[in-house]
Write a protein that binds this ligand. Structure first.
Ligand SMILES: NC(=O)c1ccc[n+]([C@@H]2O[C@H](COP(=O)([O-])OP(=O)(O)OC[C@H]3O[C@@H](n4cnc5c(N)ncnc54)[C@H](OP(=O)(O)O)[C@@H]3O)[C@@H](O)[C@H]2O)c1
Length: 260
């Protein structure tokens, strides 16, 4: 099976790629860091009998998903598994954060994920077979002051995926939403979350087991993949506790100081 993985140059995406190759699956790696993806291609092709294609793309460019899809089509490739994994956060108070970065966040975390799903789903439905992993976050379960747009973008992914799971299941297309908690990847440095208490209080998972959990849940056709007990507790807390407690508590955990 051929898997297309966005955000395959580091963190969870890189682990998804390794797991898929270990199972003998071919890969299309998508991200901006060409060097890292070429190194991964060399490693995986030398270790396993698989073919790895590197397709660099900046998913903050609204035209990127359509260009990627067209390139895949013109190469005569059939994507059986889609891992919508690329994503990042902007940390800070909304009144002070950089709109350019936030616009890119909305584009990468929501629009590119949605457009890629839209482009690859019809072929999967036609073949009555397909797998789509949508990477959300524990952030999907409640509003998150100081990362307001990130939390909202992941809530979008969670709701979108759960609806698609219902629509596509009868046609043999599996949609799984993975909601990792804090995980050791490039994510925290990228978001400059140095003031976050969350990372000091909650256990921070290794990327490989989180990716493996999501991968297995996808193959089993599960709607949700909640990779740890602590994330399950966060989900339950957000569901059953009043949000006038949950939201200030989230703000406390996010640990950002007040406006300058
Ligand atoms: N780590 C955590 O604590 C955590 C928790 C919950 C959810 N998640 C989610 O897990 C997913 C993977 O993140 P990660 O933790 O593995 O972080 P990461 O190590 O920073 O990886 C993010 C990946 O997304 C790619 N990416 C970012 N912006 C992009 C763009 N404009 N165009 C194309 N690719 C782009 C990056 O590649 P390039 O820079 O090479 O483009 C990289 O491969 C994200 O959706 C994140 O929200 C992470």
């Amino acid at each position: 099976m051929l898997a297309l993985i966005t955000g395959a140059s580091s963190g969870l995406g890189l682990e998804f790629a390794k797991i898929h190759a270990e199972k003998g699956g071919d890969l299309i790696l998508v991200a901006r860091s060409v060097g890292k993806m070429e190194a991964l291609k060399t490693e995986l092709e030398s270790k396993y009998a698989v073919k790895v294609y590197v397709m660099p793309a900046d998913l903050s460019d609204p035209a990127a998903p359509d260009k990627l899809f067209a390139d895949v089509q013109s190469m005569g490739l059939q994507v059986d598994m889609l891992f919508n994994n690329a994503g990042f956060s902007v940390y800070g108070l909304f009144a002070e954060t950089d709109w350019k970065k936030e616009e890119e966040l909305l584009q990468v975390n929501m629009m590119a994920l949605t457009r890629l799903t839209k482009l690859f789903v019809p072929g999967m439905v036609e073949r009555r077979k397909g797998y789509i992993l949508q990477v959300a976050s524990n952030a999907a379960y409640q509003p998150g002051p100081t990362m307001a747009l990130y939390y909202a973008s992941k809530a979008f992914v969670y709701y979108f995926s759960s609806a698609l799971y219902n629509e596509l299941k009868p046609y043999g297309v599996h949609v799984t939403c993975l909601t990792p908690g804090p995980t050791h990847t490039g994510f925290q440095d990228r978001a400059e979350m140095h003031e976050s208490r969350l990372l000091k209080i909650l256990p921070v998972a290794k990327a490989e087991p989180v990716a493996r959990y999501g991968y297995k849940a996808l193959l089993k056709g599960k709607r949700m993949a909640i990779p740890s007990f602590s994330v399950l507790m966060l989900q339950m807390g957000s569901k059953y506790m009043p949000w006038n407690i949950v939201v200030p508590l989230t703000r406390y955990l996010q640990g950002h100081s007040d406006m300058k």
